[in-house]
Write a protein that binds this ligand. Structure first.
Ligand code: KG4
Length: 344
């Protein structure tokens, strides 16, 4: 059994993964309420919260899964906030020492990349390797508040970055758009909620892509265009048209993601398409990508909502399923945090 610890940002999380049956438990303490008043995550406060919360969460975890059954420890080593990553790594090293169990460091972004496969494993743990083999090469779209990336996973489970954003991440574009529209944080869910009753064709926002032939994204022009649009409108009109503005803005973000994903699928011989990260919760994006996958004849997998944000379930799963991670440091004692670790 693998016990994983995650503390890269504002979520303190633990999870236990059993390769023979799947995730047997997940324990999370979210700090959203604490940071909300500041309009963003305050690293110093976040790391103190991790210090406070790992103990109680650990108590709950070992009450469900006795420490003697844990044969492997895993911890997020990056990317993330340095002070927060350090709390998780220090806790993991202490457990490794106390329990005499090996520790591996996991790349949080690679864990996102593998997260759509958690449900494939859960469906038939014994056949996972064979089933995953049939879905490779895989094209993945990782979309969160800090990242927007198209990547491939080849038959040896090696990850290659194909494209990323030249400026803002997709989630950031939604968060900033939401702020301009006077809505709350995080913006993605707020924009999506209002967009449901709006007309997506009401406003023509620019396409959030770099060049036509490139796979890269660019969202900053879209955000600026929303700002110009809002500056032209009296406040009362903005109030009345908020749903239309949300629907049109969301449409522009989703269109860019879908357009480039389709282009990437056309350029490679993929067998599956995956969607992960916080923006993967967006139902319009899910529906559109599912359609693209069906048209291209590839299987579509998306991370479940409990595995889209920061979570330890995907860290535990990746420690097992993503073999390249294992090579990081099997003993664990020399492990260091890596705040700017890239996906590949
Ligand atoms: O993975 P995550 O926790 O990102 C980082 O911490 O970087 O996801 C948070 C991001 C935010 O930008 C949020 O607005 C977006 O995911 N998000 C959504 C939805 N739910 C969360 N975006 C669009 N639609 C949603 N339903």
């Amino acid at each position: 059994m693998i016990l994983a610890l995650e503390s890269s940002c504002d979520e303190t999380a633990l999870a236990v993964f059993d390769p023979t049956c799947g995730l047997v438990g997940e324990w999370v303490h979210s700090q959203i309420a604490l940071h909300e008043v500041y309009g963003g995550v305050v690293p110093d406060l976040a790391s103190r919260e991790h210090l406070k919360n790992f103990g109680p969460l650990l108590h709950r975890a070992v009450a469900a899964v006795p420490a003697a059954q844990v044969t492997q420890l895993a911890v997020t080593r990056g990317p993330g906030l340095a002070a927060c990553l350090a709390m998780g790594l220090a806790t993991a090293k202490s457990l490794s020492l106390a329990w005499g169990v090996p520790l591996v460091g996991v790349n949080h972004l690679r864990a996102h990349a593998f997260s759509p496969f958690i449900s494939l494993h859960a469906a038939d743990p014994a056949r996972f390797d064979a089933e995953m083999g049939k879905r490779l090469p895989h094209l993945g779209l990782l979309v969160s508040g800090g990242n927007t990336a198209l990547f491939s996973i080849d038959a040896q489970r090696r990850i290659r970055l194909l494209a990323s954003t030249l400026d803002d991440a997709a989630g950031e574009a939604l968060d900033k758009g939401s702020k301009l529209l006077g809505l709350g944080y995080p913006g993605g869910p707020q924009v999506e909620r209002l967009a449901r009753t709006g007309n997506a064709r009401a406003y023509a926002f620019p396409k959030a892509v770099a060049q036509r032939s490139s796979l890269d994204f660019s969202f900053s022009g879209l955000k600026t265009s929303l700002r110009y649009q809002l500056e032209k409108m009296p406040l009362a009109e903005v109030e009345g048209r908020r749903a239309d503005l949300c629907a049109s803005y969301q449409r522009a973000v989703v269109d860019a993601l879908v357009r480039k994903t389709r282009l990437a699928l056309e350029r490679g011989a993929y067998r599956s398409l995956g969607l992960s990260g916080g923006v993967a919760n967006n139902q319009l994006l899910q529906a559109e990508l599912e359609l693209v996958a069906r048209k291209q004849g590839v299987v579509f997998y998306r991370a479940l909502s409990q595995h889209t944000g920061d979570n330890a379930g995907m860290i535990a799963f990746a420690a097992w399923a993503d073999r390249e991670q294992g090579g990081v440091d099997a003993s664990g004692y020399a492990l260091e945090i890596s705040p700017s670790l890239p996906l590949a």
